[in-house]
Design a protein around this ligand. Structure first.
Ligand code: HEC
Length: 255
């Protein structure tokens, strides 16, 4: 039996579609991005259409089943079903697309703007290039005292920061879903593991309003902690952030 041309066209299209998925997912071990697949399939559809409508006879054969469905009085039953199902499917598709998502809208912005070389913190101009965590040296010199400092930092964190940055420091605090930009996830190697302690000190002390112009449009909810915490508390909470996540602060020597 000869396969009707319309079915042939559909089979070729489906074959290529699943072919892409099989080659990418199973052979190359990489999931093909949906947007890329859509683009490929657009060209495949155009190609299939061109080949299957090469001459008039081909074209007539291709559209014959569709024509029959629309015109043939004997096909009334199927026609009614098809023309009810299509709007329903389109309706469902649109409904599905309209479900609200909780992802923040994509916005191009610099998450880690270059810090200024000096900044006004606690009323004084500090040089961010030479600023160091005064407690960091205790890590080697007096581990017990250091552990106590980390503990103090943990208390500062739980009292002030976990609402947004989360009790596991993963940026999933109870307020996080309502905020855009979202509070940063310190477990992620893309945040504090890339930064120096002086950078964190600057960001924590001056918060969202302290961000430079290049980081616009900034609507960060990160508070200006120099208004609420002492300098010592900020340095201690920084110790805690690194200690809990197991990250090392970046330092000039390692660059
Ligand atoms: C009201 C919510 C909120 C609270 C509370 C909060 N933050 Fe944030 N924080 C944010 C948001 C939102 C960002 C991301 C936007 C930005 O960088 O300003 C952020 C960013 C940061 C960054 C920048 C990290 C990076 O990779 O650039 C640090 C460091 C930070 N917070 C530390 C803290 C510390 C420490 C506390 C507690 C003393 C705290 N935050 C409390 C909302 C909050």
């Amino acid at each position: 039996m000869r396969i009707p041309r319309l079915l042939q066209a559909v089979l070729v299209f489906a074959g290529v579609y699943f072919g892409f998925i099989i080659v990418f997912d199973y052979l190359l071990g990489a999931v093909i991005p949906k947007s890329l697949l859509t683009m490929y399939m657009f060209f495949v559809a155009a190609g299939v259409f061109m080949v299957f409508t090469y001459d008039e006879e081909d074209t007539r054969e291709l559209v014959a089943p569709v024509k029959a469905l629309v015109e043939d009085p004997a096909k009334r039953g199927i026609r009614n079903i098809v023309f009810t199902l299509i709007p329903l499917m389109v309706g469902y598709f649109v409904y599905d697309q309209m479900q609200p998502g909780f992802e923040a809208p994509v916005e191009l912005r610099t998450i880690h703007p270059a810090p200024p070389s000096t900044a006004k913190i606690y009323g004084q101009r500090v040089n961010l290039l030479s600023l160091e965590n005064p407690y960091r040296k205790l890590e080697k010199e007096d581990p017990e005292e250091f552990a106590a400092m980390v503990n103090d930092g943990a208390a500062v964190y739980i009292k002030n920061c976990q609402y947004c940055h989360g009790d596991k420091l993963d940026g999933k605090g109870p307020y996080a879903e309502g905020l855009n930009p979202t509070p940063l996830n310190f477990q992620d190697v893309g945040t504090i593991a890339q930064l120096q302690e002086s950078y964190l000190f600057w960001r924590i002390a001056t918060g969202g309003p302290g961000l430079p112009k290049e980081a616009a449009p900034w609507i960060s909810s990160m508070p200006v902690w120099q208004n609420f915490l002492s300098e010592e508390e900020i340095w201690k909470v920084i110790l805690f952030l690194y200690d809990y996540t197991g990250h090392q602060p970046r330092s000039w020597e390692h660059e």
